[in-house]
Design a binder for this molecule. Sequence first.
Ligand SMILES: [Ca+2]
Ligand SMILES: [Ca+2]
Ligand SMILES: [Ca+2]
Length: 391
Amino acid sequence: MSFSYTYLINQNHINFSKLAVGEKNETLTYFFDTQIGDKYLDRYYTSSVGFVHNTNAIQITSIGNFQNSHEFIKDLFIRLDEIIDLDFIEMSHNNGSILDIYPISFSSNFQENTVGMCIKQEVEAGKWFDVLWLAQSQNNLNSFDKNTIIHEIGHSIGLSHPNEDGFDERWNSEDTVMSYNKGDNDWNFWFSEGDINALKKIWGRENDSGTMIFNKNFEKYKFFQSSDHKYSIETSIGKESITGMKNLKFANKIINVEDDIEGVFNQITGIKDITGKIFRLYNAAFNRFPDSEGLNYWIRMNQSEENTYRQTCSSFIISNEFISKYGNLISNESYIERLYNNVLERGADDEGMQYWLSNLNQGIETRGEVLMGFSESNENIGIFQEVLGWS
Ligand SMILES: [Ca+2]
Ligand SMILES: [Ca+2]
Ligand SMILES: [Ca+2]
């Protein structure tokens, strides 16, 4: 069983973090306590009687910037800031900061095995977190300490234990820093892919510069338009809005949202007319979103009647891009399998497979005609309508 970021999502917990940061705000201010010595923390929480304030509720012994833990935390926030839309600013005092971090050697509310704690604090005017973590050794910030820090910070920015059980033996700190189990080799002290996906889901992908960054090649993604002309990209965490963005950066290219996404959707004038048919053919033949220029070229060739739709399909089929997607010498059966995967995004059903296979084997249809059949099937037109935001 593979780990899913959704195991870290608990909406109640997220809501607390979101309210702490503030609606329409994307900056989390944090404070790192460098003042060594004994001190008291107050507790603020809500109960059935309303807001409660317990003065001097927790006694702690602060150890200041233990083994450069302050630098570790600063670097953690700098690195995370670039990835998620939430932004981090350090404050020199804890008056109004959202996250207060205390490196300690003692806390009166810790049990024998407690090494860290993320305490939710709440008054009528707002919410914040106190994070306590207990250094394990006298003379070096080890991987366990770092894991404790990132785990507690993870809580403050909305992550829960995997399915609310940090000890679940199926996962360890390599799957998520929110696990209480060590990794195969060591304690992990950077957010896993699952952690990052959960954080992107909660806070959004960083977009402040007008550019959003995606890990895979452009061709791996699907794009959607909504009925009110908003645009989104489908990623491993679902649909993410790209409306108002300037550029999207992929592993293999940078594309311009206005030219390359809106510019493609704007060429579609109807579901069943030639503009829609050629759009669908791009996905069927190449399994990708059309490029604006290419789409425009083939629409013009058809509208001026220099080319028929059937001839366009033949041109697609002999292109290098088609051959690289489908292979040259594959069996009829594999060809149909790939059409199901690429066009309809599902495996073949028995009845469909038999139908297309017998048409191909008996020479009733060519491979080009089968491609057109898939591209113009009701199922694919349904997918296309969803992509287009038309119903
Ligand atoms: Ca950020
Ligand atoms: Ca931001
Ligand atoms: Ca932003």
